[in-house]
Design a protein around this ligand. Structure first.
Ligand code: GYE
Length: 330
């Protein structure tokens, strides 16, 4: 779907206007200067290797890009209020473009309407927001999280095809976040549509952190034991790696006593795979800084852009982890 927003057009018009009059920092939102675009980025936090790599990619691409004058970077420590505050500050500072990686999907209507009223276009990086608010941003770049969940689901139906009933534990990402919602949806959509026989024994959030994953896994083990569990589906590497610690501390062998799927594909995740502790890795690619900067410039110019740009990603099974390790970027 193509879309040209009023905000984008306004920003482009202002840029042209400024070029004609020599530039000034005093225009309304969507201004800009001869020194390049001012971009405000409200990042989720630093909860995972994925996130750290994503922040580095965006910062490095902004730094190297002559079209970008300044990147104002805010780490919101996984708190929506901090992101809302950051966006309000960006509006006050009259940045040219706001980039938001929304912690959760809901609760954005007011602040994004404020950005729209200020004439500042918003780009979503990584996570998405609820459909009702889709007119409040110009475009999103990131992963197709439902597809990631489907990959995990497809592997599960093949891996456990001979089981009577496959007993599953799930470690969910941050409650209300797009990747947690969608990775769950895609996974169970495949299991259900394949008529696969399973029991979801327990499912809780580990907030995408290693500590969270470990703590929840300890509870899972003390509540259910692991003897009758076939699979752990962890929505990211950190939670899976934390869970592996808990599994080992309880005297079980991860990857053997319980098979494990993780999502992201960090070096640490692939190392665990090469050691036989992880059985399937769904890749999620955080390195899209260059593509994001192209979008920032296009959006500031009021160019037409796609509503969604998917980053490329793959999935890896046993026998592939070691060979892939040197290619991992984070
Ligand atoms: O999978 C996880 C991070 O939103 C895709 O957030 C991102 C997820 C990623 O904390 O590790």
């Amino acid at each position: 779907m193509l879309k040209k927003t009023l905000a984008g057009i306004a920003a482009g018009a202002l840029l042209l206007g400024m070029a004609a009059c020599g530039g000034s920092d005093d225009d309304g939102g969507g201004g800009g200067s001869d020194d390049g675009l001012i971009v405000g980025f409200a990042q989720v936090g630093a909860e995972s290797a994925w996130r750290v790599a994503n922040s580095e990619s965006v910062k490095a691409s902004a730094e190297a890009d002559e079209r970008i004058g300044e990147l104002k970077f805010v780490d919101a420590q996984q708190e929506q209020e901090k992101q809302i505050e950051a966006i309000r500050n960006f509006i006050t500072q009259k940045v040219d473009v706001i980039v938001l990686a929304p912690v959760v999907e809901t609760g954005w209507t007011d602040v994004l309407t404020e950005a729209e009223n200020a004439g500042i276009p918003v780009i979503l990086a990584d996570r998405g927001i609820e459909e009702a608010d889709e007119d409040l941003y110009v475009t999103r770049i990131g992963s197709d999280f439902i597809e990631e969940g489907r990959k995990a689901g497809t592997w599960t139906t093949e891996e456990f095809a001979d089981n009577d009933t496959t007993r599953i534990l799930q470690l969910e990402g941050t409650v209300g976040s797009a990747p947690a919602n969608d990775r769950k949806t895609g996974f169970f959509e495949v299991l259900d549509s394949e008529g696969f026989s399973y029991e979801l024994v327990d499912s809780q959030s580990g907030d995408f952190t290693a500590e969270g994953g470990k703590a929840v896994m300890e509870t899972f083990i003390s509540t259910h034991g692991l003897e009758d569990i076939d699979l752990l589906y962890a929505h990211n590497d950190e939670m899976g790696l934390g869970a592996i610690q808990a599994i080992e501390e309880a005297g079980y062998t991860p990857g053997v006593d319980i098979e494990i799927i993780i999502v992201d594909g960090s070096k640490a995740g692939f190392e665990a795979g090469a050691e036989g502790k992880v059985n399937y890795i769904v890749e999620c690619n955080p390195v899209f800084g260059d593509q994001l900067m192209d979008l920032v410039v296009q959006v500031a110019n009021g160019d037409e852009v796609e509503k969604f740009t998917a980053v490329e990603e793959s999935a890896y099974g046993e026998g592939e982890f070691e060979a892939e390790l040197p290619n991992r970027k984070f």
